[in-house]
Design a protein around this ligand. Structure first.
Ligand SMILES: [Ca+2]
Length: 223
């Protein structure tokens, strides 16, 4: 343990002297592994230290999950973060020609930006960046209101989950220092979106409208 003094404050830190090259993770026992093998759910360090401290979320000091995120645009204006909606038909369960009723199994994905967050330990595929239930409960997310939903079974054994999608046009930068580890990639929340996804069963009529987002609430309804 080391004591770092800054003004009148002092902090106790665990620091390692590393001979690992850039782009490597230094295991607690001194072994070097590729940084991409850190937090990939497979033990690569002999002491398993590459699978510890695998937190994804970094919060700004003024973060509140009750406040809608604000997005900054290229022209320097600001607005509430917009929500993108994606729908995919997984299955057509049945069709009633007489009533015009179609019963569908649908995948729903919502995507938005929260510049108040930054992310650590991300992988290239968003399915590997899924937040656990504790982490999901700590962040702001849109209210989902199912209007005219099919009663009782609109979820299909898939609980909604939130993951982070890396925007590949952004090159991650290496932190000079952070309280968790000596070398880490930081992904900015203002360019790497959060994705909320689930699968539902839904009764859709011939004139079926897609979901729409208003005032950061997402509505799902028939007409
Ligand atoms: Ca690993």
């Amino acid at each position: 343990m080391w004591t770092v003094n800054k003004g009148n404050n002092s902090t106790q830190l665990k620091l390692s002297l590393s001979a690992c090259p850039e782009g490597s993770f230094n295991c607690d026992d001194g072994m070097c592994i590729e940084l991409a093998r850190k937090c990939d759910s497979s033990s690569d360090c002999q002491d398993n230290s590459d699978e510890k401290n695998c937190t994804i979320l970094l919060f700004s000091s003024d973060y509140s999950k009750d406040i809608i995120p604000i997005q900054k645009h290229d022209d320097q204006t600001h607005s509430q973060s917009s929500i993108s909606i994606g729908l995919s038909i997984w299955d057509i369960l049945d069709i009633d020609i007489n009533s015009g009723k179609v019963r569908l199994k649908l995948g729903i994905m919502l995507e938005w930006i929260d510049p108040r967050l930054d992310f650590l330990n991300l992988k290239s595929h968003s399915s590997l960046n899924t937040l656990n239930s504790n982490e999901s409960g700590l962040i702001w997310k849109p209210d989902i209101i199912y209007v005219n939903k099919e009663p009782s079974d609109y979820y299909v054994n898939v609980e909604p989950e939130i993951s982070i999608r890396i925007n590949n046009s952004i090159i991650p930068k290496t932190l000079d220092w952070n309280p968790y580890m000596a070398t880490e990639y930081l992904y900015a929340g203002e360019t790497n979106p959060l994705q909320w996804s689930t699968v539902i069963r839904y009764i859709c009529y011939i004139l079926c409208t897609p979901m729409e987002a208003k005032n950061n609430k997402v509505f799902w309804q028939n007409k």
